[in-house]
Design a protein around this ligand. Structure first.
Ligand SMILES: Cc1cc2nc3c(=O)[nH]c(=O)nc-3n(C[C@H](O)[C@H](O)[C@H](O)COP(=O)(O)O)c2cc1C
Length: 185
């Protein structure tokens, strides 16, 4: 059976580096994944206001939570595809990550967690070769996806996009390795 893979897309550019890498990933994994998309810049999800309403149940005061809840709960695999902005995630994508707070409350405040653990793949692009940037994203994503018992199982990275405009052989191999890994689970 094919895996339900949710792509949370964080680039404002539909034809940029992140989009290109994500397209190559989805075409390579199409035989064993069905993809659903949550595009952070298109959906404009509101930031968490820390109102505390989700302390008691998996809900949110903002109606747009339904755009996150269904896709997340129905996914086997979550692919977070994003450029790196100032050692972090672009703010529309960060807003989606922060809106996972209802799952944090369920797991850690009420100790009630009903979802299957999620497998997470990162697709990251960045202008520089600063190795700290992807590590910082991993730390953020690990913290946020801990609420979903998520585990990062693979990472595809295209660094140096300011100067390296064509995908390198090492990024292509990295992509093929992660696709093979997903095919095996
Ligand atoms: C606001 C902004 C902040 C950025 N910050 C970083 C950064 O901290 N480190 C880095 O290596 N690249 C940084 N970049 C470069 C992008 O990560 C890079 O150009 C990326 O590949 C763009 O992806 P896209 O084509 O999908 O938009 C930044 C770009 C922008 C627009």
């Amino acid at each position: 059976m094919k895996k339900n893979a949710l792509i949370i897309f964080g680039s404002p550019n539909q034809h940029g580096f992140t989009a290109k890498l994500t397209r190559q990933f989805t075409s390579a994994a199409a035989s064993f994944c069905v993809f659903t998309y949550l595009d952070a810049y298109k959906e404009k999800i509101k930031p968490c206001s820390a109102c505390g309403i989700c302390d008691d149940e998996i809900t949110c005061k903002y109606k747009d939570f339904k755009k996150i809840k269904g896709p997340i709960e129905n996914s086997d695999l979550i692919i977070l595809a994003s450029p790196i902005y100032n050692m972090s995630l672009p703010s529309p994508l960060k807003a989606i990550i922060d809106r996972m707070q209802p799952y944090f409350a369920a797991k850690f405040r009420r100790e009630k967690f009903l979802l299957e653990p999620k497998k997470v793949v990162l697709i990251l692009t960045c202008g520089s070769s600063d190795e700290r940037a992807p590590l910082m994203i991993r730390a953020q994503v690990n913290a946020a996806f801990n609420s979903l018992s998520g585990k990062i199982i693979g990472q595809i990275t295209w660094t140096n996009t300011d100067t390296v405009k064509k995908m390198t052989e090492s990024t292509k191999r990295n992509l093929a390795d992660v696709v093979a890994l997903i095919g095996d689970i």
